[in-house]
Ligand binder design. Structure first.
Ligand code: FUB
Length: 323
């Protein structure tokens, strides 16, 4: 089975967040770039400085690169590292959510606003109050309620917020409950949290207790994503150091979710990060690997695979993943 081709090869892309706006498929990825920074567990090599938006009318058809829609120097609070973004629409506006380090080196989440899905986007002057860590992912439910999921451990600093205040010596626990992703409801204008953020609980289907910290094959690491299928809410995520994309199913957008399985086995490159969306009656997994750069972790490329659901609502790949 041949591997999938990258959707574009003229730039490196990663962390694809896909949405259908006005009948067109839009992808909001990270824009990877060359750097001399050596790979480390802090992720310093992911030194991105701007975002492009891509769109297409059909999966597998031509892809339009809408160019740079937001750049680091235009965001007053940012010092570096524009990591995985996402986008949402409400009230006729489009919102680009993005994580970056503030001037003190602490990851925060910002929002930039535009009139069109392809941008450009004008950043709010400061980050979202009380935001922290990385990988924002939005979900707007059928009733118009909007949520922002986020969090990532190790370089993403989630472990530094165990007490509610930033502590740079914080470490991932080795026993007890795993660290949880976070979710907050957004205000009507989409620019702030409407209430304090809460934990995204992923329960073990056998014990109905939270997945444990030592369970690296199933615990949340980064790359939160929420989608809805057949009235159920699907929370999917990366397990990081074990390199799986997993998912859990719940009855509410804010959880709890019960662990349901793996979507994707490890890809070439250290990170794995995805989104899931329906387009023209089919469901797709948007993901990345490092094949375009010959395996360099920080130079990745976005790919697309069809997914299918079985009668129990379990996710499978439409075609098997090559070994
Ligand atoms: O692209 C930088 C970081 O790598 C993302 O924020 C993580 O999810 C991982 O893909």
């Amino acid at each position: 089975m041949a591997d999938k081709e990258p959707i574009v090869t003229h730039v490196y892309t990663a962390d694809p967040s896909a949405h259908v706006f006005n009948g067109k498929l839009y992808i909001y990825p990270s824009h990877d770039r060359e750097t001399d920074i050596k790979d480390n567990d802090n992720g310093d090599q992911y030194d991105m400085a701007d975002y492009h938006v891509f769109s297409m009318d059909t999966v597998g058809g031509p892809v339009t690169d809408h160019g740079v829609v937001l750049k680091q120097e235009d965001v007053p609070w940012v010092s570096k590292q524009l990591w995985a973004p996402d986008a949402a629409t409400k009230n006729g506006k489009y919102y680009l959510y993005f994580p970056a380090r503030d001037k003190e080196g602490i990851f925060r989440v910002g929002v930039a606003i535009g009139d069109k899905p392809e941008g450009p986007f004008t950043p709010e002057p400061d980050y979202i109050k009380d935001s922290f860590s990385i990988d924002p992912a939005t979900f707007v439910d059928d009733d118009g309620s909007a949520y922002l999921f986020f969090g990532g451990i190790w370089g993403g600093q989630l472990q530094c917020w165990a007490t509610g205040k930033f502590d740079k010596s914080g470490e991932e626990p080795t026993t007890g409950d795993a660290l949880h992703a976070k979710v907050g409801k957004l205000t009507e204008d989409m620019t702030q949290f409407a209430s304090p953020v809460t934990d995204v609980l992923i329960l073990d289907p056998d014990t109905q207790k939270p997945i444990q910290a030592a369970d690296h094959d199933r615990r949340f690491f980064e790359a939160a994503w929420l989608h809805k299928y057949n009235g159920k809410y699907y929370f999917s995520y990366s397990t990081g150091d074990t390199h799986f994309l997993c998912y859990a199913i719940g009855d509410s957008p804010v959880g709890p979710f019960t662990y349901a399985g793996r979507i994707l086995e490890p890809v070439i490159g250290w990170t794995t990060h995805h989104s899931i969306a329906e387009f023209k009656g089919k469901w797709y997994l948007f993901y990345h690997d490092s094949t375009l750069s010959g395996g360099r972790n920080h130079l990745r490329c976005v790919k697309i695979r069809e997914i299918v659901y079985d009668e129990q609502g379990r996710i499978g790949l439409a075609e098997p993943q090559p070994k």
